[in-house]
Design a protein around this ligand. Structure first.
Ligand SMILES: NC(=O)c1ccc[n+]([C@@H]2O[C@H](COP(=O)([O-])OP(=O)(O)OC[C@H]3O[C@@H](n4cnc5c(N)ncnc54)[C@H](O)[C@@H]3O)[C@@H](O)[C@H]2O)c1
Length: 269
């Protein structure tokens, strides 16, 4: 029996990187997953990769977490396809870096909308399937059938503060506030809400940035970051997925409102 057998999860931004690694790890553990992404091609590719691991284990949904009607449809897709929704992984995130005095309103809004409002939209959209159902179970049987799970994302760069990322660091620290609040609001319904902070992790967000690239980190800064990691290497998406799996499984049923750095030991204040 896998750690997530009989469970159904929605993973946002799961077409690539950390979210895709979570989806593959989840289906290996017996979970059914809905892979959301704003881009169709990577969402389909990740769905197909999951299907190769376990037949009928995955569906995909194309839409933006920044759009509340998309997040409503996303949660409904899980219920319509797999009959229920037990786990939400709020992984979708983007960066648009500029120092503060040059930051545009457009890039400020975009990064806040996806990384912060997206987390709120998704959690609110789960309410009928997770909170309200647990409430009914408590009324009928005195307790929820089992613990349901929400995993949010923040970032070691946000804890430390990071020049050029005023929008991103503000959004990611906001996710800590959401995590602690949901833990208190929904704890009595057996819904655990915790947060994971990836450290420096090998995805397109941290690839060596070439002139004109919107995403990535300049090579000099990349090497400086890697030097500060006691375990001596950049993280891989699977390293982060392991922590997300823990927070999504029964193993963490008595943990809520917590934040975990998954950073190879990189110290952050
Ligand atoms: N890579 C790192 O070093 C690092 C460090 C700290 C935090 N994080 C966080 O980890 C999470 C995953 O990042 P990643 O490195 O795997 O990035 P990634 O760019 O590889 O993958 C993110 C995915 O999210 C999707 N996405 C973007 N906007 C979306 C939207 N509005 N709605 C739905 N999907 C959307 C993208 O299309 C992409 O497929 C993000 O929240 C990121 O901020 C990453």
């Amino acid at each position: 029996m896998g750690l997530l057998s009989d469970r159904v999860a929605v993973i946002t931004g799961a077409g690539r990187g950390i979210g895709r690694a979570c989806a593959l790890m989840f289906v290996r553990e017996g979970c059914k997953v809905v892979i959301n992404d704003v881009e169709e091609a990577p969402a389909k590719e990740a769905r197909d990769a999951c299907e190769k691991v376990a037949k009928d284990s995955a569906a995909f949904h194309v839409g933006s977490v920044a759009n509340p009607s998309d997040t409503d449809t996303l949660m409904k897709t899980a219920a319509d396809t797999f009959g229920k929704l037990d786990i939400l992984v709020n992984n979708a995130g983007i960066t648009r870096d500029k120092v503060t005095h040059l930051m545009t309103d457009e890039w400020w809004d975009l990064v806040i909308d996806v990384n912060l409002t997206g987390t709120f939209n998704c959690i609110r959209s789960t309410a009928p399937y997770m909170r309200d159902l647990a409430k009914k179970e408590i009324e009928q049987h005195g307790k929820p059938a089992y613990n349901r799970k929400i995993v949010n994302f923040f970032s070691t760069a946000a804890i430390r503060g990071n020049p050029g990322q005023v929008n991103y660091t503000a959004a990611k620290m906001g996710n800590i506030g959401i995590t602690r609040t949901i833990a208190q609001e929904w704890g009595r319904f057996g819904i655990n809400c915790n947060a994971v902070a990836p450290g420096f992790t090998n995805t397109r967000l941290t690839h060596a940035k070439k002139p004109g690239d919107e995403l990535g980190v300049p090579e000099e800064q990349r090497q400086e970051m890697i030097k500060r990691i006691p375990l001596g290497r950049i993280g891989e998406p699977e390293d982060i997925a392991g922590a997300v799996l823990f927070f999504s499984s029964r193993l963490s049923d008595f943990i809520t409102g917590q934040e975990l750095n998954v950073s190879g030991g990189m110290q952050v204040p």
